[in-house]
Design a protein around this ligand. Structure first.
Ligand SMILES: NC(=O)c1ccc[n+]([C@@H]2O[C@H](COP(=O)([O-])OP(=O)(O)OC[C@H]3O[C@@H](n4cnc5c(N)ncnc54)[C@H](OP(=O)(O)O)[C@@H]3O)[C@@H](O)[C@H]2O)c1
Length: 333
């Protein structure tokens, strides 16, 4: 099999290609011929050695991929050869609350991930991909898609007619915009340029605030809601943006805290308002399956920024690090 491996971690670490013997599925496992993968911010953190869960040296990176079942091990009942599948971010988190024990097990981190042509995974970690999607589109779902889904339905569920604020044009924000529209909500976005603002409007976002022209963008967001504030915020920016998100929130709003807060502390005086802040960590296999049903029913197509060939995985990492993308960066065959 062909795969890229992270042999060391740090600012200049690069995943290196290697050929090894093809794996075979053991009992309860499935062999997947991976056809496409996508990048997430955590993949940069892992390569740099900055991710909170320490990765295994030599690991095959990337949590997100989609492919075809090439073989099944003894006793496998959920999948058959030829099924089109994707793996959940946390291979053992099936449903219910996440525990630390389940959280430390992750593809592309503590377990080999998707930057390979063949991957073996437990049948319990897999889901069928929505039938109308290409492999490139399906490969965007496991982390960014499920995170956005959990942000909008895992706590206060978005109701039709409510407002949802998304921050930036990364993978999670773009999925959140599409899901919020699907749920009948009004979507307001904050972004950094006119070009990205146009692309957001083209993707169906209702209103956009350019934060380069409006550094105090929370005021513009509030003004767009007639001073009331927004009902839901998908906070993908963290400590820098959280005080602004709190200031843009309506009474009773929920902020789904997607980005890690990082170093520093939040001024507790900011938490005086009647809002809920809820931490999100991707989601379970069951959330993934629920999201896929909605994606299929609404024929939703993920926003793919650019697709790189497998041999050019390094160029895909470089493009993703440059932060000029809108939606997902994909590595396909
Ligand atoms: N908890 C979880 O389960 C989970 C899951 C996935 C991701 N995450 C985290 O969520 C964050 C976003 O990840 P992603 O992969 O979706 O995004 P991404 O591709 O890394 O994009 C981030 C975007 O945020 C915007 N941005 C950057 N700095 C900003 C600032 N100071 N103020 C406002 N906007 C800013 C930029 O968009 P514009 O140029 O358009 O403004 C940028 O392109 C990361 O911190 C990631 O680690 C967490």
């Amino acid at each position: 099999m062909k795969a890229f491996h992270l042999d060391s971690f740090g600012e200049s670490a690069r995943a290196m290609p290697r050929e090894t013997a093809d794996p075979a599925p053991a009992a309860g496992e499935v062999l997947i011929r991976v056809r496409a993968r996508s990048l997430n911010f955590r993949d940069l953190l892992i390569a740099r050695g900055l991710y909170p869960v320490p990765a295994r040296a030599g690991v095959i990176p990337l949590s997100d991929g989609a492919g075809e079942v090439a073989a099944v091990g003894a006793g496998v009942t959920r999948f058959a050869v030829g099924d089109l599948v994707s793996a959940a971010y946390f291979p053992r988190w099936i449903d219910g609350p996440l525990s630390m024990d389940l959280a430390v097990e992750q593809f592309g981190c503590t377990r080999d991930g998707m930057l390979a042509d063949l991957v073996v995974a437990s049948e319990q970690s897999l889901v069928k991909i929505p039938t109308h999607l290409s492999f490139a589109e399906a490969a965007t779902l496991p982390c960014a898609g499920v995170t956005a889904w959990s942000a909008l339905v895992g706590g206060h569920r978005v109701q039709p007619g409510q407002s949802v604020l998304i921050i930036g044009t990364g993978g999670v924000a773009m999925f959140a915009a599409q899901f919020a529209r699907m749920m009948g909500a009004r979507v307001i976005a904050v972004t950094s340029s006119e070009d990205k603002a146009k692309r957001l409007l083209g993707l169906g976002v209702h209103e956009v605030v350019n934060r380069s022209d409006n550094p105090d963008w929370e005021r513009n967001v509030r003004a767009l809601t007639g001073g009331r504030g927004v009902d839901h915020i998908v906070e993908t920016g963290a400590l820098e943006t959280l005080p602004r998100s709190i200031a843009a929130a309506a009474s009773g709003a929920e902020i789904a805290l997607v980005a890690a807060l990082g170093a520093g502390a939040l001024d507790p005086r900011l938490l005086g308002g009647l809002i809920t802040i809820r931490r999100v960590y991707v989601g379970s296999r069951s959330a993934f399956e629920q999201m896929n049903r909605a994606i299929e029913l609404h024929a939703l197509r993920p926003a793919v920024d650019r697709v790189f060939p497998f041999a050019e995985a390094g160029a895909a990492y470089a493009h993703f690090s440059a932060k000029q993308h809108v939606g997902k960066v994909v590595i396909a065959d």
